[in-house]
Design a protein around this ligand. Structure first.
Ligand code: BTN
Length: 247
């Protein structure tokens, strides 16, 4: 799966480096890892806290060559690989996936995924999969306002973990799932995702059609949308994490 590794002490964002390499023709599996990001980013342009030596900040190139509307499935596949790898590395922590791309422990975020794709004529040219894992951050590493919603494996376990082992574990999982996905399509990945999800089967405050509504997420659509059942029995698809409102 990994065709080459570029290691950096400091970058603005591993996403930017990986985009540049992909534009220059880097093959699938090109991996960019940095000890520190000065301008790490999350979804919706949010800042991603990426202090030196404390976490895993990495981006890798995929060239799945498929129609662009399949891109959300790759986010979900990455989340499954990450959840399985982190559960194995950080036993006995109960790590789950919040749709579509956050990994949580006890409601607090420990890891996030950012997939950025470029397409030509509705087909994916390449995808940059960015993964941030808060491995060995301590409470001092977070701005105070994030401490209620974010945590690290070290804070949760009470001891630091080896980052290389987690990276190796993640890519072993990713390679296995990506091969299944390319052979058999999304359904086996969907089943694994649903089993690891903390989003499903609980009545939840959702933002649907411009209004706040209580509905129950019941599963995923073929394309990775979250399906929620409203009180009147109708099932609606959700396309953005921002539609999930805080409890
Ligand atoms: C999110 O939860 O909003 C996604 C966070 C993704 C963070 C990772 S860290 C490595 C890569 N480089 C970035 O600038 N962002 C991603």
């Amino acid at each position: 799966m990994i065709s080459g590794i570029r290691l950096f002490d400091e970058v603005d964002s591993t996403q930017n480096i990986a985009h540049r390499l992909a534009e220059d023709g880097a093959p699938e599996g090109t991996l960019v890892i940095a000890e520190q990001q000065t301008n790490g980013r999350g979804r919706m342009g949010r800042k991603w806290v990426s202090p030196a030596g404390k976490g895993i900040w990495m981006s890798f190139v995929l060239r799945p060559g498929m129609p662009i509307h399949f891109a959300p499935q790759l986010t979900l596949l990455t989340a499954v690989a990450l959840c399985r790898a982190l559960r194995a590395a950080a036993q006995p922590l109960d790590i789950g996936i919040k749709w579509p791309n956050d990994l949580l422990i006890g409601g607090k975020k420990i890891s996030g995924i950012l997939l950025e794709s470029t397409a030509e004529e509705e087909r994916l040219r390449y995808v940059i999969a960015g993964v941030g894992i808060s491995v060995n951050l301590t409470a001092d590493d977070y701005p105070p306002e994030l401490l209620d919603i974010a945590t690290s494996l070290r804070i949760q376990l009470g001891k630091p973990l080896d980052r290389s082992e987690i990276i190796a574990g993640f890519f072993a999982q990713f390679q296995q799932l990506y091969a299944i996905y390319q052979r058999e399509g999304f359904s086996p990945i969907q089943m694994l995702w649903e089993a690891l999800s903390v989003t499903l089967h609980k009545p939840t405050r959702l933002f649907i059609d411009g209004a706040e509504t209580i509905a129950t997420p019941i599963g995923l659509s073929e394309q990775g949308a979250l399906l929620a059942r409203k009180d009147d029995g109708t099932v609606v698809p959700l396309f953005s994490a921002e539609q999930l409102l805080p409890a």
